[in-house]
Design a binder for this molecule. Structure first.
Ligand code: GDP
Ligand code: MN
Length: 390
């Protein structure tokens, strides 16, 4: 779960990392008002979940009200690498003497947290890693010991930080490590970590990703997930506890087990179709959960046909059939005349197929195999008719 810059800075501040004060706004007037509050000069910054905003024209300094107005007007609605700007962060501008880089993430192969630091900040760090790897310090931390101030000072010194700010950089690294650890982040990155002419060390940018599966441990971070950038259907799925990811196509997919759903996406693509979503109904889904999932899939207007691919283990075929029947009864899933293809196999599959046959739902087709199901659903989405009603 990626956070916007200003949300990341909120977490930074919580752990004692220095950031500039600012305000998030969504209108030009709001930007002007915020600038007056934080004090000129200000920086007007596009809030999108993608880097390289500066180069794209999404970060601008403003000395007075008319400049804020111009920049806010230009940046709001701007498209930055496919992300539309809806929110601006207005912060008091900083004077920059030097730009460093710092990050903390988990190195899975080493099974340890990795702290990275470089005095070549403010630029694309991948480029530094490639062209002058010796300028990017990589330091593994003992997860049981944590990162001590002395250790962090060692990293700063080794990386070539100016001697008078080694302590300040060490404080920042320790705070960043705490952000990463305490907030269950998968990545905490600052680029640039600046040194001001007054030799203060602070975070000018923030890139934080939180582990969505650990979010339940952080009720105070729940609202960050509710950012305006999240897809409304994905948000609804999360609230309902359904594993749902929206995709670009027109074929709704429901399966049980992440692996099976992934394979289903593949066979649909192989059959020339384009999935509209990933939806894992999970193990042991009951009829109610299946009904909810159908509602979610159909709430996406792009869906032209739906594929149910169930391999019953803990999930019982009869429960899935009951869920689909309930969905047709309650929400008139059939009324939308969207065709369904159902492939039921495994636990209670015979019973499930019998229930579907008895219910004689309009537009529901049975398939024996996964490949057959994929071909049928692709044909149906394209408006072709297929045989065998369920
Ligand atoms: P990014 O391009 O998405 O990484 O956005 P950043 O927040 O890193 O900003 C890009 C660049 O704008 C920084 O590397 C700085 O050089 C510059 N910048 C951002 N904020 C300020 C500021 O307060 N003062 C000055 N002088 N430059 C800034
Ligand atoms: Mn940056």
């Amino acid at each position: 779960m990626d956070l916007l810059e200003y949300q990341g800075k909120e977490l930074f501040a919580r752990h004692g990392l220095r950031v500039s004060s600012g305000k998030a706004v969504t209108t030009v007037d709001g930007a002007v008002e915020a600038a007056g509050e934080v004090g000129y000069p200000v920086v007007v910054k596009a809030q999108v979940l993608i880097g390289g905003r500066g180069k794209a024209g999404g970060v601008k300094l403003a000395a007075d009200e008319s400049e804020v107005r111009t920049h806010a007007q230009n940046i709001l609605g701007m498209d930055i690498h496919g992300h539309t700007v809806r929110t601006l962060w207005i912060e008091h501008a900083s004077d920059i003497a030097t730009e460093y880089y710092a990050s903390v993430l988990l190195d899975r192969s080493a099974k340890k947290p990795l702290v990275m630091f470089s005095v070549e900040g403010g630029v694309d760090i991948e480029q530094v890693a490639e062209e002058s790897p010796e300028k990017l310090i990589r330091h593994h931390v003992d997860p049981l010991e944590g990162l001590s101030h002395e250790e962090a000072a060692g990293i700063a010194t080794e990386g070539g930080a100016d001697a008078d700010v080694v302590e300040g950089v060490a404080d920042a690294l320790v705070a960043l490590y705490e952000v990463w650890l305490q907030e269950d982040a998968t990545l905490a990155e600052i680029n640039p970590l600046i040194v001001t002419p007054e030799r203060e060390v602070k975070a000018l940018d923030a890139k934080v990703s939180l582990d969505g599966n650990a979010l339940y441990r952080h009720p105070e971070n729940q609202s960050l997930a509710d950012s305006e950038n999240e897809d409304p259907l994905e948000r609804r799925a999360k609230e309902e506890g359904v594993q749902y990811v929206k995709l670009d196509g027109d074929i709704g997919i429901l399966g049980n087990g992440a692996g099976l759903v992934m394979s289903t996406l593949d066979v649909v693509a192989q059959a020339g179709g384009s999935p509209a979503n990933f939806l894992d109904a999970g193990g042991g889904s009951d009829a109610e959960k299946i009904k909810q999932a159908v509602e979610l899939i159909l709430a996406n207007d792009a869906v032209k046909a739906v594929l149910f691919n169930i391999f019953g283990g803990i999930t019982r075929g009869d429960e899935v059939a009951r869920g689909l029947i309930a969905a047709f009864d309650d929400i008139g899933a059939g009324g939308k005349s969207i065709p369904f293809v159902v492939r039921l196999d495994g636990t209670n599959d015979v019973e499930g197929r019998r229930l579907l046959q008895e219910a004689a739902l309009p537009n529901v087709h049975a398939a024996e195999t996964m490949n057959e199901a994929a071909e049928m659903v692709v044909a149906l989405a394209a408006g072709d008719s297929v045989g065998a009603q369920a």
